[in-house]
Structures are given as structure tokens and as C-alpha cells.
Design a protein around this ligand. Structure first.
Ligand code: GLY
Ligand code: MN
Ligand code: MN
Length: 463
């Protein structure tokens, strides 16, 4: 956890954004997976953690914008709890950890909300994403679950996005620790990526590396020799010579929840073939040029399109694309090979604040989301500011079903050489992803450098 003053300062900063009513922050509860007392690994709500720091279930917080008081709710443990869970700090002590003197049992959370509603005060709440929280809010606010969405506070969403988007030095330290742990996850995977190994052996090993060295994975590990499936969670394939292994994995801090999100792609067996190297170098160039362009004030969509241009240029040299690069990117022809965005905000959530609504996080009045296939999937388009942490993750994928569809529909025939593309249908995919901080003057790639060039990858994979 951070010092109590940090949590107090965050709540104070929220008060500068909103002047009336109260904001309610339900923490997460335990969630069951097959019977009530057998629960998933507990994961606190990120916004609750941001303002109230504590990492236990069944807590809640209120920020009262008018009385200028913060409240923390939760129940002290009884003997039954102590027998099963061991001794626990009192709520008063928990409050001290986050700079809150006003603590009360959880039942008082509902009472405070009821009183506020009775006085006609505005009760701000964020979009709930878990069933348990939806039911809790529905009960406390007297709003049917189906109508919660229509009653969320856009004012609170915008205020939280404003605060959480800018990472302070201590937040960056936490993220960087997780990238360093991802270094160990990824270099371990690289060393294991030899023919005959089953994907699951590597996925299981690196999940253990995360848990043993830092914390849980920040999202289910994506690891596959079929990297052309962007989020492939099937780990049953045996690695074979000639395939590339995509590993997209990161972890999150047990205490503060800050995360990492890194992708590396390596040739099974440790040596790039000519064809693999050619495609890899294009993705690497897109990754490096995009990182190089990161600085305050530039819209991230511009960098996305820059990376798309690098990909088109590279694919033109290989005869897979043709025509004018700028026109191809404008038309969206590159999206056959990269049907996703260049990156997203990252922080306590691996797709930071996605629960608050992607467009509030990644777009604004000035830069609205594109409707074009490919660029429409870009999660972050707006102008960059110092303190943003984001991912840079270009890729090239050969997705047979998508190739067939576009070819049959005659899409972008002026930019795509389908005959040549046909010969790459067995290639798979490549993605390279780094986590980058926007600084006052430019950018900084976070964490210990993870092998990324052809030479670095071949070197670390040498046996
Ligand atoms: N790990 C998912 C992503 O890169 O967005
Ligand atoms: Mn990723
Ligand atoms: Mn990512």
C-alpha cells in the first residue's frame, strides 16, 4: 500500500472535480466459482483501491463532496472469522492506513445512501461490472438492475478518468516492478520455446513465475503457436519447428494492483527463418517507430496510423501489399494484417478503466472513435499527456478466414496482393508489445528491456 496521505490526496483531488452530492464506491466481494465458499482469487475493484487502498472484500467507501468527509465501511471480524481467517485489523486501524477517521459497519453504507437520497442529494456511482455489485447498488439505490446503466454518473466517470489517467511517480514505480517481473516471465518462456513442448507447460510455468515473483497474472495468459488468433487462450498445441510462439502476458501487484502487459513473439527452436525474420522486422520497426513518436500533445491515433504505414511499407516490399501507403492506410487496407488498435491505457487495470467506458478513457470531444474496421478497435485515440502509461503493440497476422472473406468480397484489391497473401496463410501471427510512460519531453519504455531484436531473441534462446 501507499502512505495514507496519498489516498487522502486522491480523494481531495476528486473533490476539486465534483462539488455536490456524494460518490459511492463499493469494493468487490468474494465471487464463487462452483459453490458459495469456494471462491476465485479475490480481486479488489481498481477505483476503490485507488481511493481507499484496502485489499479486502466487503468494504465500501463514500466521498461526501459537501461535508468534505470520507467514510470507510466494513465489519470488524468476530470469533468465527478469526478461527477461519486468523486475526484481522479492526476497521479503525484499516481506516488509519488510508487516512480515514470515519469508519462504520457495512450496514451504515446503505443508511448514508438512503439519507442522501431522502434529502434529494445526487448519489454518484460508476458503472458496475459484477453481478454482486449490481445487486448491491440496485438494493441501496432503489434502481432496478436493468436501469443502473442509465443512472451512472458521467461526471464521476470523467473525474475518475482524469485522475487515474495521470500516473504519479509512485504509481510508475509499481508498474515498472510488474514489467520487471514480466521480464522473467517472458525470458523463461523464450528459453522453453522448443519443438515438442506443449503450450500449457510454458503457460503454467510463467504463471508460476508471476505468482512466485510478483503477483497474479493481470489477464489470462495469451500463449499460442496460432498467434493469428489475437487472444488465444487455448494452450493445448505442441510446439513445432516452423511456427512462431506469441506470448502476451503480464502480472499485477498483490497490494496496489498496478499491472504489466507485454508481448513477445519468438521462433520455435530459437532461429528465425528468412520468412519469419522478414515479417518480424516489419512489426519491430512499427513498434520502435511508434515508441519514438510518443510525446505529449500528439494524438495516439496519429501514432496508430504511423505504425499502420510502417506495416504497409514493409508488406509492400515483400509483395504482399501494393499502391500508395497513405491511401492504403486511409482506406483501412492494413487492417487485414493488423485488425486491432496500436494500444491502450494501462495502470491498475491492464486495459485501464475499461469498466468506466472505453470512449471516456481513450477519446474526447476533439478526437472521436473511427468507425472504420481496424482503427475502430483502437482503445486510445486522444492526445497524449505526461503521466499516461500506455501499450505499444503492433502486429501482423495472417488470419485465413479474414483473408478468404476479404478476397471473396474483392476488398482493397488495389492495395492487397491476394495471390501472395495466400502463400502466407500458414504463417500465424506476430505481436510485439511494450509498456511506455509519456514524460514531459517524450517517453520512457518501462522496465528492464526484454529481448526484442532478432539477435537478442536468438541469443537468449541459444542452448
Ligand atoms: N493483453 C491484452 C492486450 O494486449 O490488450
Ligand atoms: Mn497484451
Ligand atoms: Mn495490451
Amino acid at each position: 500500500m501507499f502512505a495514507p496521505e496519498i489516498y487522502a490526496a486522491r480523494r481531495e483531488a476528486l473533490r476539486k472535480e465534483i462539488k455536490s452530492g456524494i460518490a459511492v464506491f463499493p469494493g468487490n466481494t468474494e465471487a464463487s466459482f462452483n459453490y458459495p465458499s469456494n471462491t476465485y482469487h479475490f480481486r479488489q475493484d481498481s477505483t476503490f483501491s485507488y481511493f481507499f487502498g484496502l485489499n479486502q472484500p466487503d468494504l465500501a467507501g463514500i466521498v461526501d463532496f459537501e461535508s468534505r468527509t470520507d467514510y470507510l465501511y466494513g465489519n470488524d471480524v468476530d470469533m468465527d472469522d478469526i478461527i477461519w481467517m486468523g486475526p484481522q485489523p479492526t476497521m479503525v486501524d484499516r481506516g488509519k492506513l488510508v487516512g480515514i477517521a470515519s469508519t462504520a459497519p457495512l450496514a451504515s453504507f446503505g443508511k448514508y445512501i438512503a439519507e442522501a437520497l431522502a434529502k434529494g442529494r445526487k448519489v454518484h456511482f460508476l458503472p458496475p461490472y459484477r453481478g454482486e455489485t449490481k445487486i448491491q447498488l440496485s438494493d441501496l439505490l432503489g434502481i432496478p438492475v436493468a436501469s443502473l446503466k442509465a443512472n451512472i454518473s458521467v461526471e464521476l466517470i470523467k473525474a475518475v478518468v482524469k485522475l487515474r489517467s495521470i500516473k504519479s511517480a509512485e504509481e510508475v514505480v509499481e508498474i515498472e516492478k510488474m514489467v520487471d517481473a514480466a521480464w522473467l516471465m517472458h525470458t523463461t518462456a523464450m528459453k522453453m520455446a522448443y519443438p515438442g513442448v506443449v503450450e500449457q507447460e510454458i503457460a503454467g510455468t510463467i504463471e508460476g513465475v508471476a505468482l512466485a515473483n510478483a503477483g497474479p497474472v493481470s489477464f489470462p495468459i495469451i500463449l499460442s503457436i496460432h498467434g493469428e488468433t489475437l487472444h488465444n487462450h487455448y494452450h493445448g498445441n505442441t510446439l513445432t519447428e516452423g511456427r512462431m510462439l506469441v506470448v502476451d502476458a503480464g502480472c499485477e501487484s498483490v497490494e496496489t494492483l498496478y499491472s504489466s502487459d507485454i508481448t513477445r513473439t519468438v521462433p520455435v527452436g530459437g532461429k528465425f527463418s528468412q520468412r519469419q525474420r522478414e515479417i518480424y522486422e516489419i512489426v519491430l520497426e512499427a513498434n520502435l517507430k511508434a515508441i519514438d513518436a510518443i510525446k505529449p500533445g500528439i494524438p495516439y491515433r496519429e501514432i496508430h496510423l504511423l505504425a499502420a504505414g510502417v506495416i504497409v511499407d514493409g508488406l509492400k516490399k515483400l509483395g504482399l501489399m501494393k499502391g500508395d501507403t497513405k491511401a492504403a492506410v486511409e482506406a483501412g487496407a492494413h487492417a487485414l494484417f493488423m485488425p486491432h488498435g496500436l494500444g491502450h491505457m494501462m495502470g491498475m487495470d491492464v486495459h485501464d478503466m475499461e469498466n468506466l467506458g472505453e470512449d471516456y478513457v481513450g477519446y474526447d470531444e476533439e478526437i472521436v472513435r473511427s468507425k472504420q474496421f481496424g482503427t475502430a478497435f483502437l482503445r486510445l485515440g486522444r492526445k497524449l499527456q505526461p503521466g499516461f502509461v500506455l501499450t505499444v503493440e503492433p502486429g501482423i497476422y495472417f488470419i485465413p478466414a479474414l483473408i478468404d472473406q476479404w478476397k471473396n468480397e474483392g476488398q482493397h484489391t488495389g492495395f492487397i496482393n491476394y495471390d501472395k497473401v495466400e502463400t502466407y496463410k500458414d504463417f500465424g501471427g506476430i505481436r510485439i508489445e511494450d509498456d511506455v510512460l509519456v514524460t514531459e519531453t517524450g517517453h520512457r519504455v518501462l522496465g528492464k528491456p526484454i529481448p526484442k531484436t532478432v539477435a537478442e531473441i536468438e541469443e537468449i534462446m541459444k542452448r
